[in-house]
Design a protein around this ligand. Structure first.
Ligand code: C2E
Ligand code: CA
Ligand code: CA
Length: 752
């Protein structure tokens, strides 16, 4: 605040000046010397009272007065006027430059028109009574806010202070008026009013209420906005002062304790509170609300009141609940889904101490084949029925989920030893065996125990569960299996093998895939007619892997397609090597997986490769397992036809082990039949099966097929086969599968 330094004025005058300038200036009496030297930045003006009477000091005082008048940051007018009856005759005697600037009139004009003319008529109405009282000596001064109308018609808001002043005109009433431009403040006030108004609009349309309450146990409301009716069903009056109900009573009881705790923490830490909870409306309906509030710090620094906003979030919560249901459930069966099981497991695994838990999976892997035949609707129907049967076995500690297209899982939280799991598996079998056998669906139950002491990972457990339940399902008939350490090792190996195979398919040599060649010998004369190419995989950490192990993995991962192509090329290259060494007319037998064969363009690609490598197609025999034909032999015949036309031979591998049907063999367009080692083994044991082997040979011959016996290890087997007219043989009796160099050596040294 600026200061007005004065000297030599009596206290009555100092008070009078202070009253005039009460908001703008602080009037401070000082010593004469101070006055002279203290005219600094914060001192507006200095005024000296009637001290000395000499001319010099009179002149000095006059110049000081001029200085006040001309430089004051507030407008000053000195007027005189009369008040005969109702009409006030007023005249302006003097105005300072600030006043001229505020009202926009020059002094010359103002002295003619007077102040009441340029006052806004509405404000003049208000001012007149004050002015009359002042003239009558009833009041010492008055202060009002009023508008002046500027020459251009615009309005300026001012605050004025009017007080009597003696200027020596005894017949007139004289007064001084100090004015301040407050247009800016008025504008702010207006916009505040506007924002008040819009706040009002907002409050009425809010899907909730604004409140101010005591920071007490009841949350006693001091103010609630009209929205409280819509939100709670209670009127404003009912809530304020807990007249009918306290806010605390509206809150769903299970939330109150936690809410009080959170509020206390928010107040203690000086931050705002926000939370979601449920209230019970007047009609007894539960409603989700969201609250945002803060404590109001009183003068003593304590929080005695709270204020904030409570909004209904019922609609959002409803959608959220739906989304949560969808994300946690399988829509076809209504059971929990994989996502839910994963969440359940990870929270159960994190818990300490933890009871013994188990996962019991019912795997309907056979349903897949039926779905392909009968369609999706059928498989969904079966799934629903199975879900219904399994649900009857649930107990409070069991949670049933469906986590895979055809896999149901019981999560068992706490159980009394293996016995309980065995009994559950038996009950599952009792429920499902007959209905699933009637549908011809293979299935099984796999069990993974989660011991309390060890660390487990959710995905790891689910992978184990898949492995063990698939193995159980392969046994057909609904038996159950526990996951054990051997399966664990197998899983690990499979992971390593999968990695190496996919590396190889993309050209990275983390392992070595190569071929061995087993000689095929003519029974009649003992000549070597060719070789069968047998794949091997060397992995540094695991050694040499049998194709019995890695081919199924390559098939499962579909990597057999690229890897099969490189096997074909390696086998054809061996043929080339043979002919370069002078062994022409040799035949190479290559094993082909069903997946390779059924891949679009298999035949044309193979023919192109054969042509490109300059190989004679008649030197190639493709071995296809009998089970491949089981799916759709007509389609297989169609694929094989152009290959046979080009001169290749087709052999049915493992004949007698799969879906053997001698009747169907007639329909298969093949050249050759390989009797499985199983039947050759039988030949060394004396028994009835011997006749079967001879029957197979004679029947195949009737159909015009060449017969190959594999796995011949003993002379006795060979002589039987010789006797019954078998054409070709293969087995350790002659040679194990050989590397290329050894195969060439075998050729050069072998004597029939
Ligand atoms: P397969 O086609 O029936 O091959 C014959 C299997 O019997 C070979 O096992 C061979 O080493 C073995 N064997 C031959 N003579 C005897 C014998 O006198 N005694 C005994 N105990 N075994 C004998 P291998 O090489 O382990 O191959 C196993 C199976 O893996 C093959 O059975 C074939 O189905 C598959 N396979 C091998 N190589 C390939 C390939 O390149 N591609 C595809 N798709 N499958 C292959
Ligand atoms: Ca074979
Ligand atoms: Ca075979």
């Amino acid at each position: 605040m600026q200061q007005l330094l004065v000297h030599g004025l009596d206290s009555a005058r100092i008070q009078a000046i202070q009253a005039l300038f009460s908001q703008e200036l602080f009037v401070r009496p000082v010593a004469k010397e101070t006055l002279a030297s203290a005219l600094g930045d914060d001192v507006a003006l200095a005024l000296v009272g009637e001290g000395g009477g000499d001319a010099a000091s009179m002149a000095h005082r006059a110049s000081l007065f001029d200085a006040i008048f001309n430089q004051a940051p507030i407008g000053i007018t000195i007027s005189h006027g009369l008040s005969p009856g109702d009409t006030v005759i007023d005249e302006i005697l003097d105005v300072n430059p600030t006043f001229e600037r505020i009202v926009g009139y020059r002094k010359e004009d103002l002295t003619n028109i007077g102040w009441s003319t340029i006052t806004h008529p509405d404000d003049l109405e208000r001012e007149r009574p004050f002015f009359r009282q002042l003239i009558a000596g009833e009041i010492d001064s008055y202060r009002i806010e009023k508008r002046y109308i500027r020459p251009d018609g615009s309005i300026v808001w001012t605050q004025i202070v009017v007080a009597p002043i003696d200027v020596g005109l005894r017949d007139h009433y004289n007064h001084i008026c100090l004015i301040q431009d407050i247009s800016e403040r008025k504008m702010i006030e207006d916009s505040l009013k506007e924002s008040e108004r819009s706040r009002g609009v907002l409050l009425t349309h809010l899907p909730g209420m604004v409140y101010r309450c005591k920071n007490d146990e009841e949350w006693t409301m001091i103010y609630v906005s009209p929205g409280c009716v819509g939100l709670t069903g209670y009127s404003q009056e009912a809530l304020i002062g807990n007249r009918e109900v306290s806010f605390n009573e509206i809150i769903e009881p299970s939330y109150t304790q936690e809410l009080h705790r959170s509020w206390e923490a928010a107040i203690r830490e000086g931050r705002s509170f926000s939370g979601e909870y449920e209230i019970i409306t007047r009609d007894g309906e539960r409603k989700w609300v969201w609250e945002l509030g803060q404590g109001i710090v009183g003068e003593d620094g304590r929080v005695e009141e709270l204020e904030g906003l409570i909004l209904s979030i019922n609609a959002r919560k409803r959608v959220e609940a739906q989304l949560r249901y969808h994300s946690q459930h399988d829509l076809a069966t209504g059971l929990f889904n994989r996502h839910h099981l994963e969440e359940l497991l990870s929270s159960a695994l994190a818990h300490r101490p933890r009871p013994a838990m188990a996962l019991v999976a019912v795997n309907l892997s056979g349903l897949h084949a039926s779905a392909m035949t009968y369609g999706l609707l059928y498989s969904q129907q079966v799934l629903k029925e199975v879900a219904g049967q399994l649900q009857t076995l649930c107990r409070p500690s069991y949670t049933l989920c469906v986590i895979h297209e055809y896999q149901f899982v019981f999560h068992i939280h706490g159980y009394a030893g293996k016995g309980e799991l065995n009994r559950l598996s038996e009950s599952i079998a009792a429920q499902l065996t007959i209905p699933l056998a009637m549908e011809g669906i293979s299935w099984g139950t796999g069990i993974v125990e989660i011991s309390p002491g060890k660390e487990h990972e959710v995905q790891d457990l689910l992978r184990k569960l898949l492995v063990v339940s698939e193995q159980a399902a392969q046994r057909w008939g609904g038996g159950h299996l526990f996951f054990d350490e051997q399966m664990e090792r197998q899983i690990h190996q499979e992971e390593v093998i999968t990695g190496v195979l996919s590396d190889l398919a993309s050209g990275v040599e983390s392992g070595n895939l190569y071929l061995l060649f087993q000689p095929i010998i003519a029974v009649d004369g003992g000549r070597i007619i060719g070789f069968e190419a047998l794949a091997r995989l060397d992995i540094p950490s695991l050694g040499t892997i049998s194709p019995l192990q890695f081919i199924p993995i390559a098939e499962k991962t579909k990597l057999i397609i690229p890897l099969g192509e490189s096997i074909i090329i390696a086998a054809l290259r061996f043929l080339d090597t043979l002919s370069k060494h002078g062994y022409d007319g040799m035949r190479i037998s290559i094993n082909i997986s069903a997946l390779q064969l059924l891949k679009q363009g298999f035949s044309s690609n193979l023919l192109r490769t054969v042509r490109a490598m300059g190989v004679n197609a008649t030197a190639i025999c493709l071995e296809i397992t009998e089970s491949t034909f089981a799916s759709n032999y007509q389609e297989i015949n169609k694929i094989l036809r152009p290959l046979r036309k080009a001169g290749m031979q087709i052999a049915i591998d493992d004949f007698g082990t799969g879906y053997s049907s001698l009747a169907r063999e007639r329909e298969l367009e093949v050249d050759c039949l390989k009797i499985d080692k199983f039947f050759v083994d039988k030949l060394s044991q004396v028994g009835r099966d011997i006749s079967i082997t001879s029957d197979i040979i004679s029947m195949a011959h009737k159909l015009g097929h060449i017969v190959v016996a594999e796995g011949v290890e003993e002379e006795s087997q060979l002589s039987y086969l010789q006797e019954h007219g078998c054409d070709l043989v293969q087995g350790y009796l002659f040679s194990r599968p050989l590397a290329e160099v050894q195969a060439l050596a075998f050729l050069s040294t072998y004597k029939p």
